[in-house]
Design a protein around this ligand. Structure first.
Ligand code: SF4
Length: 366
């Protein structure tokens, strides 16, 4: 396929979007863990679920088919009507990918969900990302739950068994490690463990909060969503971070997309100029369980859906919101937004294809 054509097609698609292609919905602020690096930890105390009726109105108000719907929280598997949420989105909007980031504690519910939906909707990818942050002791300490590592590994193994037994091509199983100063030294061992004991996709995301890793914006516009632990990387750690990440990526053959994404994140953190335009607010959007809408998790909400009778499209396309987005010129290290940005950036597309012509870019979305 011609690279220019892909670039033009993608950008034409972006121009025509009336509502996001990638939507993060925080369906609950309940969680059964207390992770040190969670940027949503203060909100977890409210233990609030998005109401199914409100959720339905939001999904029905979307103008475009979603490429990816991310149901997150809190721990999304704790939402009492998670099955209904997934089913309604599939019937009403038919997203290409439904992504569920989970701590993996609720093995039975996760397996039941994957078993039911992967068989009923074979054309949709159901992508489960399990967090693992270190060896058993370190992981349990970071997550604040004894036995968490064991349960997460059990869930991964159950999904692997299910995928193999039922030949489920549309079941994605990933391990995601959030890397900061607190677990950087664990990374080599963890990658070795995942490769040799689990053998599933293993992705890295950098520890982040709204206070660090965001540049080119008035600090008063930041969301204040920050973890309890420091998200700062000292100059010395930044060097170690780059070296460790390149080592594990080379050893364990990370995808071109993952390599490029992390190199953009590290360049941004090190203060190198990044030319890529951010498409948050057009391609990507965030909805919190209380109805707040933000263009990304780094910035303050731009409105609340209660004021729009849960018509997401009306809020998203209001003059006030569009004017606000047009004036933004920030850049940051946010994992998912960078992946979206790369899809519309000629140089990124070119680099990815240069790295591996066999890989279809953006199969690997998060
Ligand atoms: S660069 Fe994009 S994702 Fe990052 S803070 Fe700005 S708008 Fe949000």
């Amino acid at each position: 396929m011609n690279l220019y054509r892909v670039f033009l097609q993608n950008n034409l698609y972006l121009r025509r979007l009336q509502t996001p292609s990638v939507l993060f919905i925080f369906i609950t602020s309940r969680c059964n863990a207390r992770c040190q690096h969670c940027f949503y930890w203060k909100q977890l105390e409210s233990k609030e679920d998005m109401q199914l009726e409100d959720y339905k109105k939001i999904i029905s108000s979307l103008k475009n088919r979603l490429s990816t719907l991310i149901l997150t929280g809190g721990e999304p598997t704790l939402h009492p009507q998670l099955f209904q949420c997934v089913e309604f989105a599939l019937k009403e909007n038919n997203p290409r990918i439904i992504a569920i980031p989970t701590n993996g504690i609720l093995t039975e519910k996760i397996t039941e969900l994957a078993n039911f939906f992967c068989q009923k909707y074979p054309k949709t990818l159901f992508d489960f990302s399990f967090s693992l942050d270190g060896s058993q002791n370190i992981h349990d300490k970071i997550r604040g739950v004894e036995g968490c590592f064991e349960k997460t590994v059990a869930s991964i193994n159950r999904l692997k068994k299910l995928k193999a037994e039922k030949k489920l091509q549309n079941l994605g199983i990933n391990v995601v490690t959030t890397v900061g100063e607190h677990n950087l030294r664990q990374l080599d061992d963890l990658f070795f463990y995942v490769k040799n004991h689990l053998d599933v996709n293993h992705k890295i995301q950098l520890l982040r909060g709204s206070s660090t890793g965001v540049f080119g914006i008035d600090r008063r516009q930041l969301s204040g969503l920050d973890p309890q632990i420091s998200t700062d990387f000292s100059e010395e750690t930044l060097g170690d971070l780059r070296a460790t990440i390149s080592r594990v990526q080379e050893t364990y053959e990370a995808s071109p997309l993952q390599k490029l994404k992390l190199s953009v994140q590290l360049d941004t953190l090190e203060g190198r100029p990044i030319q890529m335009k951010c498409v948050a607010g057009v391609n990507d959007g965030v909805i919190y369980q209380n109805g707040d809408v933000a263009i990304c998790e780094m910035l303050k909400p731009i409105g609340n859906l209660k004021d729009f009778h849960y018509d997401f499209s009306a809020l998203w396309n209001s003059k006030k919101v569009r004017n606000y987005i047009e004036k933004l010129h920030c850049r940051c290290i946010h994992n998912c937004n960078i992946v979206s940005n790369m899809k519309y950036d000629f140089r990124s597309l070119k680099k990815m294809w240069g790295l591996d012509k066999k890989t279809k870019p953006f199969d690997d979305l998060l």
